[in-house]
Design a protein around this ligand. Sequence first.
Ligand code: COA
Length: 352
Amino acid sequence: MFARLVAIMTAAKSSRPLNSQMTARYNCRVAGTGSYLPERELTNFDLEKMVETSDQWITERTGIRSRRVAADNQVTTDLALNAAKNALEMAQMTARDLDAIIFATVSPDQLMPNSACVLQKKLGARDIMSLDISAACSGFIYGLSIANDMIAAGSYKNVLVIGAEILTRYMNYKDRDTCILFGDAGGAVVATRADDGESSRIYSHHLHADGTISDLFVFKMGGSAYPFSHENLDKGYHYMNMKGREIFKHAIRTMSQSCAEALEHNKMSGADVDWIIPHQANIRIIDGVAKHFGIPTSKVIIEIERMGNTSAATIPVSLDRAVRDGRIHRGQNILLTAFGAGITSGSLLMRF
Ligand SMILES: CC(C)(COP(=O)(O)OP(=O)(O)OC[C@H]1O[C@@H](n2cnc3c(N)ncnc32)[C@H](O)[C@@H]1OP(=O)(O)O)[C@@H](O)C(=O)NCCC(=O)NCCS
């Protein structure tokens, strides 16, 4: 207890993020990954018919050619359910083995009950802690970091971490700055306590937030500040609103900084990392982060072309796709990094 207090005070003093490794009793590893993309595809050519844009502009400026759109009868927990089943199967577990569900999303099925509880029911999981977290595109890294610390402390053994979104329901398809970027998807991992001597483990995580620039990316409607009303509807507060150019600058800076922290903390260099999985927001942002570290594109997992930005889902979906097609395999060092509304950001380094 005293050691923990000292660790907290030291971390606060140095204003460095508190790292789980300070107090870990156990290591945490990723036992299984899963993902799900809805079938319906919205291509750049489809968008050309909806808003003043072109396939050429979108491809050149973002790297996106198409994105997926959930079917009208699908909700966010449906995407998560498919992803979770795949992750559990890979982990050779059933939903009954889970001790907690952490669901990262900014597009939940509804405000209450939380999506984790809805998913708990759909999965047939036991009476376990089930909570949503809201950290936008950094949500999955936040969620996996929390799961790591819960497992490291010894309170939980198997934690399902979800990143799932249906963002297309909050898009203004007259706003070309925003609507071309986003899509729908669900991703999942099963985080579990590593056995003694197992090399697979999460090494560290470094999480950040800068609320002073939170107005760069907002979704106002439905909260206590902007309750549902005709007036707020007329103002378009039911759509996501973004200052894209501003965010762009912060994206490269924050992701590069948190990757540098991860490498420094673990006394590693870019050469020690087998794969980097950055949040898939814009190919130019991804290239910018890789260039910052001198990491060749061949070591970067890039899935943005057919998926777009799916917020909390981009990293678990990209991870799962790379695991399943054989790019990523056990024993490799994987660096995850994200930024998102808030402005939140962070990195997580693990041996898969
Ligand atoms: C949004 C984003 C793609 C815009 O790209 P950009 O290169 O910064 O483009 P700009 O905003 O500087 O606009 C350049 C021009 O293209 C135009 N433009 C913007 N969107 C366009 C579109 N979809 N089609 C065609 N032209 C477009 C602009 O109006 C502007 O025209 P102007 O020069 O005549 O004024 C880019 O800034 C970005 O990806 N930002 C990060 C967004 C993000 O990741 N958000 C999620 C946070 S997790």
